[in-house]
Structures are given as structure tokens and as C-alpha cells.
Design a protein around this ligand. Structure first.
Ligand SMILES: Cc1cc2nc3c(=O)[nH]c(=O)nc-3n(C[C@H](O)[C@H](O)[C@H](O)COP(=O)(O)O)c2cc1C
Length: 161
């Protein structure tokens, strides 16, 4: 059985430009949890489904997979610091970060270009990650300049004129 070279695999994936999201949930005790996730994708229009791929070792994973609903904040071009903060360990990630709260529970990051609130409808194994599928309950758009991530660097979307 041939296995792909790990460096080539990583290098190829780094060339896939994505947006950056912060995925959030509130636990049964009312505490907020969240982490930076670029492995986010639309999945289905009817029903409206999205998916996120979460590292099995992420400390936020238990809260995200247990909550009935999770929030997705699609970060804006000026929110690199938020992206880094929600990937950082040993801090209270929400400290000093303005949020609003969805009626279903999850905190949503203020200043994001869009917010989705999703009801978790499925979980699938995905190697060292877990795939959560959410049915979108609400979608709100706030602005038009998303943060972009590729080649392990941040950038901004420059549409053709
Ligand atoms: C730009 C960026 C994108 C990331 N994308 C993902 C992702 O798609 N899935 C994931 O599990 N972790 C991703 N991470 C890493 C997690 O945010 C980070 O490892 C996690 O929050 C670690 O914290 P925890 O283990 O304390 O929860 C990403 C980090 C950054 C900075």
C-alpha cells in the first residue's frame, strides 16, 4: 500500500485557500467554548447543511460535539488576531472579545462578516479529526471582506474589478 509523502500532502493542502471561522458552543453549565476552524464547508442547500472538521485532541471538542447547536462566525479581513486567539491555549479565549448571543445558545463573534447558527445533526469519524454536520437555523451577513488563509498566512479577498 503506498502512502502519500506527509510533506507533499501538507504542502498541497496549504495551497488550498480558505476562509477562517470561529466555531462556538455553550455548555450545559453556561460556559462558552470556541476554536478557530478553517476546515469549514458548505455541504447541502436543501436541507441547508454545513460541516466542520475538528481535531480529536482539541480541548473545545467535547463542548462542540455535545451542544445541540453550534455557531459559526466567518471572520473578517481585520480579525487575524481573533483567529490566532481562538487557536491559543492557556487563555480564556472569550476575554475581551465582543460577542453577541444566538437565541439557541452559542456566542457569536462581533465584527465577523457572517454568522451561522447550526443544529448538530450528525457526527462522523474522519481520521484524527471528527466531522460535525450542522443544519443551518439562521444565517446573517454583516459585511463583504472575509479573512483568507493560504500558505499558512493570512490575506484578504481581492475580487476582480
Ligand atoms: C487559521 C487556523 C485554522 C485552523 N483550522 C482548524 C481546523 O479546521 N480544525 C481544527 O481542528 N483545528 C484548526 N485549527 C487549530 C485550532 O484552532 C487549535 O489547534 C485549537 O483551537 C487548539 O486549541 P484546544 O486544543 O485548546 O482546543 C486552526 C488554527 C488556525 C490558526
Amino acid at each position: 500500500m503506498s502512502r502519500v509523502d506527509t510533506d507533499a500532502f501538507r504542502a498541497a493542502l496549504a495551497r488550498f485557500a480558505s476562509g477562517v471561522t470561529v466555531v462556538t458552543a455553550r455548555d450545559a453549565a453556561g460556559a462558552d467554548h470556541g476554536m478557530t476552524v478553517s476546515a469549514f464547508s458548505s455541504l447541502s442547500l436543501d436541507p441547508p447543511l454545513v460541516l466542520v472538521c475538528l481535531d480529536r485532541s482539541a480541548t473545545a471538542l467535547p463542548a462542540l460535539r455535545d451542544a445541540e447547536c453550534f455557531g459559526v462566525s466567518i471572520l473578517a479581513a481585520d480579525q487575524q488576531a481573533v483567529s490566532l486567539r481562538f487557536a491559543q491555549q492557556d487563555i480564556v479565549r472569550f476575554d475581551g472579545v465582543p460577542t453577541t448571543r444566538a437565541p439557541q445558545g452559542p456566542a457569536l463573534i462581533s465584527g465577523a462578516v457572517a454568522h451561522l447558527v447550526c443544529r448538530r445533526v450528525a457526527e462522523h469519524p474522519g481520521g484524527d479529526h471528527v466531522i460535525l454536520i450542522g443544519e443551518v437555523q439562521s444565517a446573517e451577513v454583516h459585511s463583504d471582506a472575509p479573512l483568507v488563509y493560504a500558505m499558512r498566512r493570512y490575506g484578504r479577498f481581492e475580487p476582480d474589478a
